[in-house]
Design a protein. Sequence first.
Length: 461
Amino acid sequence: MKILIKKGLIISPPEEFVGDIFINDGIIEAVGEHVFKEADRVIDASGKFVIPGGIDVHTHLDMPYSGEIKSRDDFYTGTVAAAFGGTTTIIDFPTQSKGKRLKETFFEWIDKAQQKAVIDYSFHMIVTDLNVLEDSDFKFLVDNGITSIKIFTAYPDRLMLNDRELFSIMMTAKKYNLLVMVHAENGIIIDELIKFALSRGYTQPKYHALSRPPVLEAEAINRVITYASLLDIPIYIVHTSSLEGLRVIKQSREKKKDVLAETCPQYLYLSLENISKNTDDDYKFVFTPPVREKWNQEFLWNGLSDNTLQVLSTDHCPFNFSDRMIGKDDFTKIPNGGAVIEHRLELSFKGVKQNKIDLKRWVEINSTNPAKIFGMYPTKGIIRVGSDADIVIWNPEIKRTISASNHHMNIDYSMFEGIESAGKAEIVISSGEIIIEDDQFIGKPGRGRFIQRKSFDKNLL
Ligand code: URP
Ligand code: ZN
Ligand code: ZN
């Protein structure tokens, strides 16, 4: 299919200009002020923004939680919702179960995704059990384009690695040139605070937040950055939620430029106020790291603007309200996670409208930087000849009120209910195919491709 997009404001950092784009067979074949080509479809994008498709590098689709409970979006519903929001690539997290080889985990996740994903996808591998790691598995991962792993300093007994294990896996990462991503909170001390809270009968959702104070995020961030510095490897901190955490990252980046970090829309829009009403509503806002005091939001926006934070991801991990009621009498049993995959571009575009970030920065944090950091650039994250035709035509004038009644995620409530967002992905093109138009999804399950990524290259930043 040949598509000609005419007269849109093309925002592809560092460039921004009014022009045309010609797409042929899934690839961008021409970009310029005036492109004259015969096409099967001509789209008039006057007054609209034309941007590289969003890349969400932090999702948990079809993720086993406990017992029968899994995150509610699978690779079909989750990627359809992502596409509605203007995201055309995700990187999901296969989670190694204890005793399982990484290779097996990879195949398990490929099986979940292959027949369902409607946009391109890749994986970062979560490593939880060092007893069953084999060199051949790491080689297998890299040979298949999985060039990042994720480790946890939180969730003892389930996902957490101790310091010896953290350091050891970082050494392995150095050997295979894998980018290490870390969920950084001090899980041991949090466990003690949780025990204390429960012993006092503090069982409501707000104690999820109060037992995970920001200093324990900052401590863990500092610890893992210290190990990464010793080994001289890059490190990427996921879901930064607080000023304390941000400060450590900012200071570290003064000495070590390959300290990288993201935040997520929930930390920009939600706060302790949401979880402290002492009503059943509070159960909707349990995710980890938790909501913080509202004033942190301004610092996180500044961090996105001044490049302390390079990426906005979603940590999409949806559970229904009814799933959460398992924790009715004990906040530690509430499945953690929020449904966000659909709202990343519109909630951050609201920040553009409010002068918190500028237009190019909006594209950088949602698309260009994710592509650069995670080995997909310049195939993705940019509009230029030869790149994948993953393109969003964004209407900057539309405002809408976010609600469970109009979202496409497979979850029965919205954490952002009633919040007004800004802009809208009117047409979404993935690999040269229009998949969203006129508020309809018109692609097919399984059309998304598994993307093999290159190793992290700090020269791109
Ligand atoms: O609450 C969250 N974020 N759940 C998903 C797992 C994680 O910690 O990223
Ligand atoms: Zn996490
Ligand atoms: Zn996560």
